[in-house]
Design a protein around this ligand. Structure first.
Ligand SMILES: Cc1ncc(COP(=O)(O)O)c(C=O)c1O
Length: 389
């Protein structure tokens, strides 16, 4: 069956929430995927920052297969070894005591954290313009894009918006009635926007002063994506809540709401629940992702290859800035033609995306090699030349 035939079947059966698919992918290996017509692509988006180890990585295949043939699912009346080990591992990576609630996605991780903020006895949450925190009703209430929110109002209230990266605006917005300040350490969906140095540290000082929680959404940036386990690490802050998902399972659905220090006990028995969250297969996959990042030194690798991409693309005539850290890369264009560039890149065999009209985003597997990155730079530069002539 061809891409066209599959696309027709898709349109007749799958709910139209995403628009038509760009192609139908049938196979992946490493940083490459193939579509139903046999066309090969270099995957520079990695399922939007998900496929940390690329496609069909043996460590994930082995972990999932072994776990599935041992113990595939249990209810949350019980616990499993990989669930406990993964919670311990995440806390060890954060370097602090706390407790972890496992979910199946990013929006659910944020949903859990949002509920935790309500247990402070306060309701107000301060969120940044440009934020994306998910599509469930709670997470959507904390997501800035009007077009996503408007059809579903009323959403949970008491949300205050501040400009991203502006510590003075944050200071002015936070008082003793605020339950939490929620920030992405780098805004992903807004187009890979890095806040000024000192912003997260200022947010920590401001929240601590007013007894509010600092909640960092590391769903897109976490688990090695930016060259450190968590993007906030270099700020030196200790947050109260950290949410992760995406790269954690390397493609197996899993998320986590991690509460540190006193925040760890905000959610009490009966306050929250999930059937699949903490599933043995998903947690085993996440353990395999983390141990492969460690054994293959993918944090340093992500930092190096990310710099290679930014350097290689940043000086193109159409590019005004190359943003991000590690393998979360934003390419800012001088003209609002990002969608056109992404389409031409796909035709040239590169998967990237256009989160805004003038920004491209690359979030490739952390295993992307130097040669693949060099090929990506050459090909994408050709694409940029082509769209400007
Ligand atoms: C920062 C951030 N938070 C939350 C989410 C929502 O995650 P999910 O799509 O897994 O629900 C995303 C997804 O793009 C994200 O980038």
């Amino acid at each position: 069956m061809t891409v066209t035939e599959w696309t027709e079947r898709y349109q007749g059966a799958v709910m139209n929430t995403f628009g038509p698919p760009q192609t139908i992918l049938v196979r992946g290996e490493g940083s490459h995927v193939w579509d139903a017509d046999g066309k090969e692509y270099l995957d520079l988006l990695g399922g939007i920052a998900v496929n940390a180890l690329g496609h069909a990585h043996p460590a994930i295949v082995e972990a999932v297969t072994t776990q599935l043939t041992t113990l595939g699912h249990i209810s949350n009346f019980f616990a499993s070894e990989p669930q406990i080990a993964l919670a311990e591992k995440l806390l060890a990576l954060l370097g602090h005591d706390g407790r972890v609630f496992f979910t199946n996605s990013g929006t659910e991780a944020n949903e859990a954290a949002f509920k935790a903020t309500r247990r402070t006895g306060r309701t107000k949450v301060v969120v940044a313009d440009g934020s994306f925190h998910g599509r469930t009703m709670g997470a959507l209430a904390l997501t800035s894009k009007e077009a996503y929110r408007a059809p579903f109002e009323p959403l949970p209230g008491d949300v205050v918006w501040v400009p991203y990266g502006d510590a003075a605006a944050l200071e002015a917005a936070v008082d003793d009635t605020v339950a939490a300040v929620l920030l992405e350490p780098i805004q992903g969906e807004a187009g890979v926007i890095v806040p000024p140095d000192g912003y997260l540290a200022a947010a920590r000082v401001i929240t601590s002063k007013h007894g509010a929680l600092l909640w960092l959404d590391e769903i897109q940036t976490g688990i090695g994506r930016t060259g450190t386990w968590f993007a906030f690490e270099e700020s030196g802050v200790v947050p109260d809540l950290v949410t992760v998902a995406k790269g954690l399972g390397g493609g197996i659905p899993i998320g986590a709401c991690i509460a540190l220090g006193d925040a760890a006990t905000l959610l009490q028995p009966g306050n929250h629940g999930t059937t699949f969250g903490g599933n043995p297969v998903a947690t085993a996959a996440a353990l395999a992702v983390i141990s492969t990042i460690e054994s293959d030194k993918l944090l340093d690798h992500a930092a190096t290859i990310g710099d290679q991409l930014r350097r290689g693309l940043g000086d193109h005539a159409l590019v005004t800035d190359a943003t991000g850290r590690g393998l979360l890369v934003g390419i800012v264009l001088a003209q609002p033609i990002a969608a056109e560039v992404a389409k031409a890149a796909l035709a040239a065999g590169l998967i990237i995306n256009a989160p805004t009209t003038d920004r491209l985003r690359l979030a490739p597997p952390l295993i992307l090699t130097e040669n693949e990155a060099a090929y990506a730079v050459t090909t994408l530069r050709d694409v940029l030349d082509e769209v400007t002539t």
